[in-house]
Design a binder for this molecule. Structure first.
Ligand SMILES: Nc1ncnc2c1ncn2[C@@H]1O[C@H](COP(=O)(O)OP(=O)(O)O)[C@@H](O)[C@H]1O
Ligand SMILES: [Mg+2]
Length: 275
C-alpha cells in the first residue's frame, strides 16, 4: 500500500480516554490471544474513542501497528465495500483495496461501527477473518489475504436498538468476546466533560449530575439515557456563552426525544440543577 494511503488510517496522537473499568486490559489480552472483540453499549458512551485509544496504545505497548480502519455500517453496505472494487482509470480497470483488505494486508484494527446495520453478507466475510484461519478471500482477485499478527477485528453495536431483523447471528457473535460499555460513573464523566467540553469543574459537575438524574428517571420512559456526547455538547454551548438551561434544552432534552411532555419533564430536571 502506498504510504499516503496508509497514513490516513494511522493514529499518531494519543487519544484522550478515561478508562472506566477493566476494558483496557481485556482488550490487550484479546489482542495478544488474537481474539476478536465486540463492544456493546448505548450511543455516545465512548466505544469509538476507546478503539482509537487502543489502536494507539497497542502501537506503543505491544505489537500493534497504530492503524485503525473504521467502517461506519449502514444498510447498503456490502461485502464488496469492505474487500474492494475495480474502478475505471484511463480506460483501464484498477483494483482498489477496501478497508478489510487493507487491514488484512497491513495489520491493524478493522473496526465495524454499528455492525447490526450492515447486511448479513458483510458479517459473513468476517468469519474466516475471525477464526483460526485469519484470512480474507477476495473472490474478484482470486486471492486469499493472510492477516498478520497485528490484525484484529472489533465490532460495536447498541443492544438497545436490537430487533429481530437487526441482530447479529449467534454464529457471528460467538466468534467474539464482548465488552459491555455503560455511561461513565459521575466522577469520571466530570473529568471527560471538563476535558472535552473545556468548561470549569463546577459546570462539568452539574452536567454529570444532570446526566445521572436523567438516566435514573423513572417517571418517563426514554428510549435511551443521555449520552456523554450530548453532555459534552451542552458544555461546549455553555463555554460559547449560552445560558446553561437553554444549552441543556437544545443539546440534551430536544436531542433525546421528540415527545413534548418528555421534553417538558427533562426541562424540569435541567431547571432544578441549573437554577
Ligand atoms: N471514557 C472516555 N474517555 C474520554 N472521552 C470519552 C469517554 N467516553 C466518552 N467520551 C467522549 O464522548 C464522545 C462520544 O463517545 P464515542 O466514543 O463517540 O461514543 P460511541 O462510539 O459509544 O457512540 C467522545 O467523542 C468523547 O469526547
Ligand atoms: Mg461510535
Amino acid at each position: 500500500m502506498a504510504k499516503s494511503q496508509k497514513s490516513g488510517y494511522q493514529i499518531t496522537e494519543k487519544p484522550f480516554y478515561v478508562p472506566i473499568r477493566d476494558e483496557v486490559i481485556i482488550f490487550e489480552r484479546a489482542f495478544s490471544e488474537k481474539i476478536p472483540v465486540l463492544l456493546k453499549g448505548p450511543t455516545g458512551c465512548g466505544k469509538t474513542r476507546f478503539v482509537e485509544y487502543m489502536a494507539y496504545h497497542l502501537s506503543k505497548n505491544s505489537k500493534g501497528t497504530g492503524l485503525l480502519f473504521t467502517v461506519a455500517c449502514h444498510e447498503d453496505l456490502t461485502a464488496r465495500d469492505l474487500t474492494g472494487r475495480y474502478i475505471m482509470k484511463g480506460g483501464e480497470a484498477v483494483w482498489i483495496d477496501g478497508p478489510a483488505t487493507l487491514a488484512a494486508r497491513e495489520g491493524g484494527i478493522l473496526y465495524l461501527d454499528e455492525v447490526v446495520e450492515a447486511r448479513k453478507d458483510v458479517t459473513v466475510i468476517l468469519h474466516p477473518l475471525t477464526d483460526h484461519r485469519r484470512m480474507l478471500p477476495i473472490e474478484l482477485l482470486g486471492e486469499q489475504v493472510k492477516a498478520p499478527e497485528s490484525f484484529m477485528v472489533v465490532l460495536s453495536y447498541n443492544p438497545g436498538y436490537q430487533s429481530v431483523r437487526k441482530n447479529l447471528k449467534q454464529s457471528t457473535k460467538q466468534r467474539f468476546i464482548a465488552i459491555d460499555f455503560a455511561y461513565p460513573p459521575p466522577e469520571k464523566e466530570i473529568i471527560i466533560i471538563t476535558t472535552e467540553g473545556a468548561v470549569d469543574r463546577q459546570t462539568a459537575e452539574k452536567l454529570a449530575l444532570l446526566g445521572n438524574d436523567i438516566r435514573n428517571i423513572s417517571t418517563i420512559d426514554l428510549e435511551e439515557g443521555v449520552s456523554t456526547r450530548s453532555l459534552i455538547y451542552a458544555a461546549r454551548l455553555i463555554k460559547q456563552g449560552m445560558q446553561p438551561r437553554r444549552a441543556c434544552s437544545i443539546a440534551i432534552a430536544q436531542a433525546i426525544t421528540d415527545e413534548k411532555d418528555e421534553i417538558a419533564a427533562l426541562e424540569v430536571i435541567i431547571d432544578k440543577i441549573f437554577r
